[in-house]
Ligand binder design. Structure first.
Ligand SMILES: C[S@@+](CC[C@H](N)C(=O)[O-])C[C@H]1O[C@@H](n2cnc3c(N)ncnc32)[C@H](O)[C@@H]1O
Length: 281
């Protein structure tokens, strides 16, 4: 497992939600409103690599009144954390059996939880009924070969947010920034369970593969912007980057330590991401 902790996902959730591109989100919401209107049924979304359910919390209140979500992850602890977090977030819990039904801001949301290893079983998941396949902070983990499989099997709209684009800017700057970023990129390209990870190349690979298959692809930038008002987030982000760099063994420990000490108290930090909306023509 890649070992994302529910604590880290909770810490990044406010920055994630602020960063998402609103114009692209509005487009997917319009598409789904159209489905609800013309077909008079609940809209169906599948969230790949759902973690503790942040993507649903970001999107559901802007979607039609009746929704069905399938949250997919291979980590049973994160699926359990998602159920707990969604119950806490709901205005009302209507049913809490195998599936969960909640109300939030006037929306009725049926939620199924599916423990699936997407490295192995993506084609099976993409065959489930869905109006939109969605994901947040997921696609930079996967390999190019897996992305080709994914794009081959995709039959419906894809809306994915927060795929890392490789850019970072910390203020004030530090002499080790460039070396740290280069080494972090090397770590991004290590195997996260799907083969050699595409990391920051994931978006351009998806754009190429989906366009070649006749999808209309729109990209929008969605950078994290944070400062010391979110000191715990900045601390965790810097510590996570330093840990990834340490794992590569490519930089001297003393340099990593000095960079980390400076970064924990950075005034501002920007980390670039892409959001993608891909619609079959
Ligand atoms: C960076 S986290 C993002 C979580 C969530 N989407 C969010 O925005 O907070 C990546 C997620 O992908 C999941 N994941 C990684 N590899 C997976 C695999 N092979 N199958 C299913 N889920 C996987 C992890 O468990 C984790 O929940």
């Amino acid at each position: 497992m890649t070992g994302f902790s529910a604590q880290w996902l909770a810490l990044r959730e406010p920055a994630d939600h602020r960063a998402r591109d609103r114009a692209l989100q509005n487009k997917v919401c319009e598409q789904l409103a159209n489905v609800a209107r013309t077909e008079q049924r609940a809209v169906r979304l599948i969230d790949l690599g759902c973690g503790s359910g942040s993507n649903l919390r970001a999107l559901a209140t802007a979607l039609p009144a009746q929704q069905h979500w399938t949250l997919v992850d291979y980590d049973p602890l994160l699926l359990a954390a998602a159920r707990t977090a969604l119950i806490a977030w709901a205005d009302q819990v209507i049913s809490d059996k195998t599936a969960l039904t909640i109300c939030k801001s006037g929306k009725t949301i049926d939620i199924e939880f599916a423990q699936v290893d997407l490295a192995r079983d993506i084609e099976r998941v993409l065959a489930w009924p869905a109006d939109v396949i969605t994901a947040a902070a997921f696609f930079d983990l996967v390999a190019e070969t897996w992305l080709v499989r994914f794009c081959q099997a995709l039959r419906t709209t894809l809306y994915t947010v927060l795929t890392y684009d490789g850019s970072e800017q910390w203020l004030p700057s530090h002499p080790a920034d460039a070396a740290m970023l280069k080494t972090f990129h090397a770590h991004q390209k290590t195997d996260k369970g799907f083969g050699v990870a595409a990391g920051p190349d994931a978006t351009s690979i998806m754009q190429r593969e989906l366009t070649a298959r006749g999808f209309q692809v729109t990209l929008a930038s969605s950078p994290w912007q944070s400062d010391q008002t979110e000191a715990e987030f900045i601390h965790a982000l810097a510590t996570g980057s330093a840990a990834a760099v340490r794992e590569t063994g490519l930089l001297k420990e003393q340099d990593v330590e000095q960079w980390l000490a400076a970064r924990i108290s950075a005034q501002h930090c920007t980390v670039g991401h892409w959001d993608i909306l891909a619609t079959p023509r």
